[in-house]
Design a binder for this molecule. Structure first.
Ligand SMILES: C[S@@+](CC[C@H](N)C(=O)[O-])C[C@H]1O[C@@H](n2cnc3c(N)ncnc32)[C@H](O)[C@@H]1O
Length: 241
């Protein structure tokens, strides 16, 4: 019972930290709560992290992706995780002690400085590309493409498809899928740096398996989201009176 209460407290503390970061830097954070574990798994499934030796994360937040990547990463792998918010970076660095992980409090635009000549097999990102200033978005995507190994992939989660034109102008091959088990539901992209033989560019759908079985969970998460929203709105109108 005590353990459960401790876990709940820790979870709320992380969400509080994330919300504070969102209020201070809305364009950089771009979400009110962390990604769900289901959506994180749906995204990582688009790659094959077990084959990776070098993985990079753009935008650690509270570390939901970081934890899952560590579960899947090879025992001798290296994992560089970037977060510009110092409070979020130091909380994740203190919580996830793993010799493969280095949490870096710097913009992911500087990823190549930290790779020291190595290339990344995967870059996992949930930075909100469409709300960032255009020059930052451009330099993040360029830095990612330059940091990837020739057969490497950038796995991206976004809350809309508005990012697609920017991805298309950076990566020759893109697979996309929809992940319903998140609030709000998420759009996932696996972008390959490899140039296609004929110089062509492609965007393919990679549907999620078992989507139909997940519908009850989707409905439940939507109802829960609506209840939380109503509760927050209700509290605001009471405090205004
Ligand atoms: C939508 S939040 C996602 C956080 C976490 N990965 C999750 O899904 O819960 C985006 C995160 O990216 C971070 N971020 C934004 N721009 C960044 C940059 N240039 N370099 C590193 N982190 C950045 C923000 O501070 C924020 O924590």
């Amino acid at each position: 019972m005590n353990r459960r209460r401790e876990d709940l407290k820790e979870n709320l503390r992380r969400r509080g930290l994330f919300l504070r970061s969102m209020i201070a830097n809305p364009r950089e954070v771009g979400a009110v709560w962390p990604t769900s574990r289901w959506a994180v798994r749906d995204l990582l499934e688009m790659g094959d992290l077990a084959r990776a030796r070098t993985v990079v994360e753009f935008g650690v937040g509270t570390g939901v992706y970081t934890e899952e990547v560590l579960k899947q990463l090879h025992p001798e792998g290296t994992f560089l995780a970037f977060e510009i918010d110092p409070a979020l970076a130091s909380a994740v660095g203190a919580r996830l002690k793993d010799p493969r992980l280095r949490v870096i409090n710097d913009s992911a635009e500087n990823v190549e400085d930290y790779l020291e000549g190595a290339k990344a097999d995967y870059i996992v990102s949930s930075v909100p590309f469409t709300s960032l200033p255009a020059d930052v978005r451009r330099s993040l995507l360029e830095a990612a493409r330059n940091a990837l190994a020739p057969d490497g992939q950038m796995l991206i989660l976004q809350y809309s498809t508005a990012v697609l034109p920017y991805l298309q102008s950076t990566f020759p091959k893109i697979q996309r899928r929809f992940s319903p088990l998140n609030i709000p539901p998420a759009f996932l992209f696996a972008c390959s740096a490899a140039v296609l033989a004929d110089g062509a560019r492609s965007v393919e759908e990679a549907p999620l398996e078992g989507s139909v079985e997940k519908i009850p969970y989707v409905l439940a998460s939507l109802v829960l989201g609506a209840l939380i929203l109503l509760l927050l709105l209700g509290r605001r109108s009471i405090s205004r009176r």
